[in-house]
Design a protein around this ligand. Structure first.
Ligand SMILES: NC(=O)c1ccc[n+]([C@@H]2O[C@H](COP(=O)([O-])OP(=O)(O)OC[C@H]3O[C@@H](n4cnc5c(N)ncnc54)[C@H](OP(=O)(O)O)[C@@H]3O)[C@@H](O)[C@H]2O)c1
Length: 330
């Protein structure tokens, strides 16, 4: 049956301005790194996108290599767009990236103009789109001159294949240089996609300050620490969880007693606030106005539903903030 999006989809989600640009992003965005590849159940991926869109999530984030197999998340999303979202392209902000390994040989990764231009063309083909809204350089390249990488991003915008460009995984100094080069080329850096959660706060050490000074937005990826900052692992490792699967980025070894001690205490506090732990972890990031959006992952539509509720309750008392600091510091 044809999908008809909810008429109420714009009633509750806050949309935050991305840095000093004209673009607004939903407080909660959905990433397609896991659970959207060719090996996963297509109907579940489709239902997550439908659920997210119905709840006001307008931003969907992908990369050339998301799968598995690499490229298949873009194909799945392209298929979902075609089957369910005909006529809704202009209500969506779709991003993709290149920089990590994608194809063999010297041009399949990093940041040369050769690699990035080819990758974006491949992504557009898999997605079935003429342009993406945001194209990111996925990671800094220690060998390619930054000028060349930024010129490639600028060219994508001039060619109309990307409306905006961003960077990901750049440290504060690298970000400042990239932003400066892009500015000189006349294509501002829209956004930085950085790993940020209660359990991983490296961006507080300079990067967020640079982004604020330069008027660049920040979207926090893995805001739930890949699932650790939820109630998922409180009673062990569920068979359908990421840690029980084949991910090399979250393994049973990462579920340590030290981490779980913090998680259990945070979960208690979240309960007292009337939130799930996932919601509290997201609200905690969104209290900082430099964070434009939090980029969640999900394995079921119910998780998207749970996370989206975080957008409405970012307030914390001073006492709650102190309790959180004490738990995280231990
Ligand atoms: N730029 C980069 O280098 C980079 C790197 C990594 C990620 N990203 C982006 O960030 C996105 C999110 O990354 P991530 O998947 O690691 O994010 P995350 O939000 O930290 O973790 C997502 C996982 O948390 C669990 N979860 C989510 N909501 C839940 C809820 N309400 N209750 C209980 N558990 C819940 C699910 O685990 P289960 O699967 O176990 O159910 C889900 O797969 C990616 O899709 C990608 O777009 C970018």
């Amino acid at each position: 049956m044809a999908f008809i999006p909810s008429e109420d989809r714009y009633k509750t989600m806050p949309y935050n301005r991305c840095g000093k640009s004209g673009l607004k992003l939903p407080a909660i965005s959905l990433g397609l790194w896991h659970n959207f590849g060719g090996v996963t159940l297509y109907e579940n991926s489709r239902n997550m996108v439908r659920k997210a869109f119905d709840l006001g999530v307008t931003h969907f984030d992908i990369a050339n290599n998301y799968g598995p197999p690499p490229g298949s998340a873009e194909e799945s999303y392209g298929r979902i767009l075609k089957s369910d979202f005909h006529g809704y392209r202009d209500e969506m902000v779709i991003s993709t990236k290149a920089g990590y390994y994608m194809w063999p040989g010297p041009y399949g990764e990093w940041g040369s103009k050769k690699s990035l231009m080819a990758s974006l063309d491949q992504s557009l083909q898999r997605l079935g789109l003429d342009y993406v809204d945001i194209f990111y350089h996925h990671r800094p390249d220690p060998e390619t001159p930054l000028e060349e990488t930024m010129r490639a991003l600028d060219l994508m915008v001039r060619q109309g294949k990307a409306l905006y460009v961003g960077i990901s995984n750049y440290n504060a100094q690298q970000a400042k240089q990239a932003v400066t080069i892009l500015k000189s080329l006349g294509t501002p850096c829209l956004i930085h996609q950085a790993r940020y959660s209660m359990l991983d706060r490296w961006v507080e050490n300079g990067l967020l300050d640079v982004l604020e000074e330069e008027g660049v937005g920040c979207i926090a990826f893995s805001p739930l620490a890949k699932g650790l900052l939820t109630d998922r692992y409180i009673n062990g490792i569920p068979a359908d969880s990421r840690a029980a699967g084949s991910s090399v980025f979250l393994k049973p070894d990462n579920i340590t007693p030290q981490v779980m001690e913090k998680v259990v205490k945070l979960n208690d506090l979240a309960g007292k606030r009337g939130q799930s732990l996932a919601q509290m972890a997201l609200s905690w990031l969104l209290k900082d106005k430099r964070v434009t959006s939090v980029l969640i992952g999900a394995s079921k539509p119910e998780q998207v539903e749970d996370c989206v509720k975080a957008a409405h309750s970012a307030d914390f008392s001073q006492e709650e903030l102190q309790i959180i600091e004490d738990i995280l510091r231990k």
